[in-house]
Write a protein that binds this ligand. Sequence first.
Ligand code: F6P
Length: 324
Amino acid sequence: MKRIAVLTSGGDSPGMNAGIRAVVRTALFHKLEVYGVRRGYQGLIDDDLAPIASKTVSRIINRGGTILRTARCMDFYEPEGRAKAAETLKKHAIDGLVVIGGDGSYHGAHFLEKEHGIPCVGMPGTIDNDIGGTDYTIGYNTALNTAMTAIDQLHDTAESHERIFFVEVMGRLSGYIAMMSTIAGGADHVLTPESKSDVDGLIKELQRSRDEGNYNQIVVISEGDDAGNAYEISEYVKKNSDLKGIRVTVLGHIQRGGIPSAFDRILASRLGVHAVEALLEGKSNVMIGVKADQVVTPPLSETWDNPTSFDSSYFHIVDALLRR
Ligand code: F6P
């Protein structure tokens, strides 16, 4: 193996730059040449890639986003798109590819390897923390801290104005950010896609707490909740109760940006070193993850076959910590 390439794909997440830096520096450490592909798989289809030097990745460990840019590339779902990408890789004599992204991106890597024999290794990059085969994904910890800080701040105004806030956090299919920011931020209730949400039960609890003198309350809602989005749920609550001072805050893409936490920088650095070394050891079609603080290399298929979810006992933690 003489030359490898790295790309970021899917939604960006804080720490992706730390991952790129780790891949580049480790490749150079092992005397490999390394190329950066712009805009994820789209860059492979468009032949948009260039060598990356060590100094290009200086001082990016602390930056959010991805210097390589990213995209959700629909063409890569088609065999024709992947054939074009493989052509680009062959043209530049690239012997292996590191893909930093989520499980959608791994489907692409899986087929690129199967159809064109190009060794591919994944690094989990998404704020959602829902990729199978790893306890943590790059960016989740930072996004969680962003959501927690927002809840802290909303507590201040909720208390001053005696308001009830419905805070919507990201996680289309995963309630990790919602659940953990509820606990870390000391919020009152959480609705996540992992369990069926009972909004009538929630109304009863909000009323009980208000009747006991708690006029400020915070409900965290994961964007993928089955009961609807924060606006829809708050409208239902307004219509079906006499609760006053209801406000909605949608955190949105704020959670995807920002300075990566120490945890995410260290995770991305560690996974990046192992990703390059896995390619050198002849591994392919695997993701580099971390389980119980040990680096693991599950097959890419495990990342979508067994998506990670938090233990259901966390719902009990939220319930036990509620003001009563
Ligand atoms: O990165 C994952 C995620 O943040 C999901 O939680 C969210 O639904 C989605 O990305 C939104 O991404 P975009 O706006 O880029 O389509």
